[in-house]
Design a protein around this ligand. Structure first.
Ligand code: ATP
Length: 232
């Protein structure tokens, strides 16, 4: 579904991606793991066309991704950003409406509101509240809901566990699995390798701009070098 080949990217003279190749197949949860500064967020920025790669290719559903972020979203490749980045001064409902601002299929949009509110009853209870007044966990739910309102084929999460209490992280990871079971392919960018490996089908491990290991969840969990380096 998503095929990235030999991707390079840089901030000025600093090479943040040094030839990354990876794939996400339809229906799976693929995790991209690695420590701070490994290049995970840069990879997502390139996929979403918010940053221009210096080399390599990114194909989605057999075609090169657009260089325009709104066209990338319209093609079904949608990102739930790091640190939520919801609109604090808009209500929950307005935030969700922004997720579907490129769509005009009114009846289907109404169904998607229902779907989001069923998955996140807290959001329904608070639909008239400002996003900025929600708790961290609720803001994460809102960011996920907003992503779902774009009807993604592939939903990419940038560190969904960041800054959240363990009990909330568990809820968020369960929700990610539910969204996947309902038919959306997931790419999960995480530093929390223990948690991500529990729910993914396959994972890639990044370190300083490179993919240094990849495999199925069971292969990676059985790898003693990986356990030592990343899983503590
Ligand atoms: P984190 O989990 O901390 O976000 P990451 O794996 O997502 O880490 P990136 O944020 O992609 O890593 O960073 C990769 C490299 O690019 C790092 O060396 C980082 O310092 C550098 N970098 C990231 N953003 C910028 C920027 N805006 N300007 C300059 N260098 C940057």
């Amino acid at each position: 579904m998503l095929k990235i080949n030999n991707l390079t990217a840089a901030y000025g003279g600093i090479e943040a991606l040094k030839g990354v190749s990876l794939e996400a197949n339809e229906g799976e949860i693929v995790a991209v793991l690695g420590a701070n500064g490994a290049g995970k967020s840069t990879l997502l920025k390139c996929i979403s066309s918010m940053m221009k790669p210096t080399g390599g290719t990114i194909e989605f559903m057999g075609k090169p991704v657009s260089t325009k972020p709104h066209e990338v979203v319209a093609s079904g490749l949608v990102q739930v950003p790091e640190a939520r980045q919801i609109f604090a001064k808009l209500t929950v409902e307005e935030n969700l409406r922004i997720g579907c601002c490129q769509r005009n299929d009114t009846a289907e949009i109404a169904k998607d509101f229902e779907r989001v509110y069923t998955l996140f009853p807290r959001l329904q209870e608070r639909k008239k509240q400002y996003g900025g007044l929600l708790s961290g966990g609720e803001q994460q739910m809102l960011a996920i809901g907003r992503g779902m309102m774009a009807r993604p084929k592939l939903l990419m999460f940038d560190e969904p566990s960041l800054g959240l209490a363990p009990i909330i992280v568990n809820q968020i990871f369960e929700i990610i699995q539910t969204i996947n079971k309902e038919g959306t392919t997931i790419m999960l960018i995480e530093q929390n390798a223990n948690k991500a490996l529990k729910i993914c089908d396959r994972a890639y491990i990044m370190s300083v701009g490179n993919v240094v290991k990849s495999g199925t969840r069971d292969e990676l969990l059985a790898d003693p070098t990986l356990t030592e380096a990343y899983l503590g």
